[in-house]
Design a protein around this ligand. Structure first.
Ligand SMILES: O=C(O)CCC(=O)C(=O)O
Ligand SMILES: [Fe+2]
Length: 376
């Protein structure tokens, strides 16, 4: 049996043979039934079934006809190009080390996510959920103070487009995720509104990424090391839209590149919170980025991560625990998004000042189920 160990504390059996993870390509799913008002019940059923299939095998799929005005995405990439072209000193002014929330800028090689190479050849800016731009969320005042994450934006005089374009991207992604999460609930056999009360102030951050081309001698290096994502689901847009760089690990241990053959598509992938909820029936699949193809160009990407409210307890749903699929030991203890997220960011961001601290979990009295406090 061959096992891949990742620095973030995860191990995966990559010996193959099981159904899960047995894929050789990433499926393309047409979301038209979700976005067209006159879609039939049959179209909707087909969509749910395609999504269920993709979630059980690859844990990754490509979506088209998602209903988002692509000019919002192009503007966001213009914002990224503007920011990453700034002088190093300017970018360092909003460095993540100053942010207890892990928001802000990461310079080249700041992270080394899988610890296998010299580090991640990328630059990034992380942007937190902001309730003030979420038309479907709750007011900022209703969110417990320790769960608010402040953003660090570059000065508008040096970078006029960035903040506005990223906030518009975040709003568009939030609205799409709120639709997709209902399809996911249905695909899991739950009421379609199952996640609604649990996502009133979701973890919904954007990571703005810039990957320079890797040199031929860096063929085996990584732009971002192998990892799984932390939340429930991630949406990824990239520029150029067809640049092969993202790689997804299948059960046979092969890296599969999503083939994006037309513009205006997103890649969607499931993440660890979803795997925890479903006892791994829905897959949180290992992936990495290598911007190393022959014609390698600069690549920009915009993952949008979506998870439950940070104080919501995530426990495995009982219907996914069976004789054939007993509860995974790591899922025995329920965990809040806050604990899960901070632990993982601390592991991935080893140079952050908080990396040496013990993990501070949310007090029991702050934990909720369906938005209702469970302890006192
Ligand atoms: O750049 C990409 O396409 C993916 C980035 C990614 O996997 C992440 O930030 O978690
Ligand atoms: Fe990722």
């Amino acid at each position: 049996m061959s096992t891949l160990s990742l620095q973030q504390g995860l191990t995966r059996n990559v010996s193959g043979g099981g159904i899960a993870g047995n894929f050789t390509e990433i499926p393309i799913i047409d979301l038209a039934p979700l976005t067209c008002p006159d879609s039939s019940a049959k179209d909707n059923e087909r969509l749910v079934s395609e999504i269920r299939g993709a979630c059980k095998t690859a844990g990754f799929f490509i979506i088209k006809n998602h209903g988002i005005d692509w000019r919002i995405i192009e503007n966001a990439f213009d914002g990224l190009e503007e920011f990453f072209a700034l002088p190093h000193e300017e970018k360092m002014k909003i460095h993540q080390d100053q942010s207890p929330s892990y928001m802000g800028y990461e310079q080249m090689f700041y992270t080394n996510v899988d610890g296998l190479k010299r580090g991640d050849k990328k630059e990034a800016v992380s942007v937190a959920y902001n309730p003030e731009i979420d038309p479907e969320g709750v007011a900022k005042a209703a969110i417990p103070e320790p769960l608010r994450r402040e953003n660090c934006w570059p000065d508008r005089s040096v970078c006029p487009k960035f903040q506005q374009s990223i906030e518009a991207y975040q709003m568009a992604c939030l609205s799409l995720m709120r639709k997709l999460i209902r399809v996911m609930a249905t695909a899991l056999g739950l009421d379609e509104s199952f996640f609604d009360k649990k996502t009133t102030y979701p973890i919904a951050s954007v990571r703005c990424l810039y990957y320079p081309p890797q040199e031929p001698e860096e063929e085996n290096e990584t732009g971002l090391g192998a990892h799984t994502d932390i939340q429930m689901m991630t949406l990824i847009a990239q520029r150029p839209y067809d640049q092969p760089a993202l790689e997804v690990l299948n059960a046979a241990g092969d890296w599969v590149r999503p083939q994006i053959t037309e513009p205006e598509c997103f890649v969607v992938n499931l993440s660890d919170m979803m795997a925890r909820l479903t006892n791994d029936v829905f897959q949180s699949t290992i992936h990495r980025v290598r911007n190393n193809n022959n014609k390698a160009k600069q690549r920009y990407s915009l993952p949008f991560f979506f998870g439950l409210n940070q104080d919501e307890l995530t426990t495995t749903l009982p219907q996914f625990v069976t004789k054939e699929n007993p509860l995974k030991p790591t899922y025995e203890r329920g965990m809040t998004g806050y604990e899960h997220y901070n632990n993982r960011l601390r592991k991935a961001h080893t140079k952050h000042p908080s990396a040496k601290n013990d993990v501070v979990n949310l007090p029991h009295s702050m934990i909720k189920v369906d938005g209702v406090l469970i302890g006192s």
